[in-house]
Design a protein around this ligand. Sequence first.
Ligand code: NAD
Length: 361
Amino acid sequence: MKKTILVLPGDGIGPEITAQAVRVLEAVTEGSDLTLNFVEGVIGGAAYDAAGHPFPEATQVAALAADAVLLGAVGGPQYDSLDRPLRPERGLLGIRAAMGLFANLRPAMLYPQLADASSLKPEVVAGLDILIVRELTGGAYFGQPRGIRTVTVNGQSLREGFNTMHYNELEIERIGRVAFEAAMKRNKKVCSVDKANVLETSELWREVMNRVAKDYPEVELSHMYVDNAAMQLVRWPKQFDVIVTENLFGDILSDQASMLSGSIGMLPSASLNDKGQGLYEPSHGSAPDIAGKGIANPLATILSAAMLLRYSFGRGDLAERIETAVSRVLDQGLRTADICTAADRKVSTIEMGDAVVAALR
Ligand code: NAD
């Protein structure tokens, strides 16, 4: 089997961490019946520098032609003064929309070796394993109309920013199915997070989730308001198995959940469309503060590569080999600076990649 992966390193630490994930993918497929063909492209600020646009036509064509996309991260302070449509983040929104990536899967799990890295008490987070399923192509991030307009308030001319949040039944149903299918392979619990006491979009969201749940009688569905969910995530996160929510709420809750595990440098993500194509990237950003220093943690990207093998290529066996190798490296006490305590051996980005490759072999 031959598959093409488009690698988009992006900005900041992106090139450093994707390089290690590519090495790990090469190592894990060595001698297997899966041959990977890597194609490299530009996105974000790097694409703006090279082609004058954060999501150039060539990247779009390559993304649609690839079997999967592995992305580093985009953004950096040098691009903050650009007009909004040219900002690096628009590259991300662009590729999500172009590939129709409506489902974002973000596991938040705590490796037992890192229990001390969490800011919460070990007993609250030990054994944590939750999956956040975030709707990714709808809601306020994409809704039209949007913009900044001039309005008159009490005779005074003021600028007013406005965004629109809308969801149709189809959009809610398909993300609901992704969550219920995932729960079937886990602990069979889905918590749908909304703000149905205030928002009409949430009222419909809840109604459709209840409808989808009828097709999954083995899965227990609960509903929670987003403000309560934010609180429950730090109070007792282990009550959750799968959380499903809309784009904006999911953006915030998944970052919050990621910190339960100590470092955002550990958490992978997958964004899927309905054709099995996916984009895989770490949950963190481009970390401009440590870019180029060789100290970034590549494990979130390496674990994203494992998700790529599992979800886009149906190779859970190879994904598990990567996950086991990561766990073995942590057992050896190797840590990049973000997860390092006095008792550990501090390693660089490349040394961490070396260690995972060695553990695989
Ligand atoms: P960030 O995730 O880049 O960094 C937050 C903190 O975590 C920083 O201290 C950083 O050094 C640290 N960190 C992040 N990843 C790390 C890793 N792999 N290893 C070690 N430490 C790591 O978030 P930010 O600082 O809010 O944003 C920086 C830039 O990234 C901005 O331009 C933002 O727009 C962009 N961003 C991009 C994405 C993405 O590409 N998906 C996501 C979030 C933010």
